[in-house]
Design a protein around this ligand. Sequence first.
Ligand SMILES: CC(C)(COP(=O)(O)OP(=O)(O)OC[C@H]1O[C@@H](n2cnc3c(N)ncnc32)[C@H](O)[C@@H]1OP(=O)(O)O)[C@@H](O)C(=O)NCCC(=O)NCCS
Length: 177
Amino acid sequence: MEYKLRNGKIVTIRKTRVEDAQEIINVISTADTETLFLARNPGEFQTTLEKEISIIESVLKSQNSSWFVAEYEGEVVGQCSVGLVRNSQRYKHRAEVAFVLLEKYCNMGIGGKMMEECLKWCVENNVTQVELDVVATNQRALTMYKNFGFEVVGTMPKALKYLDGTFADEYKMVKFL
Ligand SMILES: CC(C)(COP(=O)(O)OP(=O)(O)OC[C@H]1O[C@@H](n2cnc3c(N)ncnc32)[C@H](O)[C@@H]1OP(=O)(O)O)[C@@H](O)C(=O)NCCC(=O)NCCS
């Protein structure tokens, strides 16, 4: 789906295709070097094009999850995922979402458009509870999530340990649909 951003330009948020595999690898590898708010140390995301293609193929077949990319001026600049937290009946009302966007394209509203697409998937799949984890100091992400009505429901102390030995807490956030 195409969305108009604050700067008047268009971002397309669409289902990930197999042909996006290399660009997704590039986005994740670069984003890992740009922020301390993602799950991996720089260089830790090691995959091959074949593996990434095979993951995309399985997500495309999945009833329980979906991936979207953000395409801006012909380039994949971000990626997000939405999926049930577990596949058993008792958990099917709960989904989790995750976002990554190259730093250069942050603060333009693209993250919010990716969120809209994930929330649409949740509604279409009878999800009534959307969840995410966020580093407690990630103010930009927190602002976006709160703008969408997510609330902090808990804190995991020392959720991440960095290479220099310091830690970061993580919030669990929930939005009820
Ligand atoms: C988090 C992320 C997905 C948000 O996407 P985005 O496109 O940058 O977000 P948006 O532009 O839609 O919204 C950001 C909001 O934060 C606000 N913001 C920006 N910097 C901020 C700061 N330092 N403190 C508080 N709010 C801030 C913006 O003003 C905007 O709010 P507004 O719409 O009310 O003006 C994106 O920045 C990202 O991927 N960052 C790197 C990786 C990451 O942190 N991933 C999330 C892990 S949980």
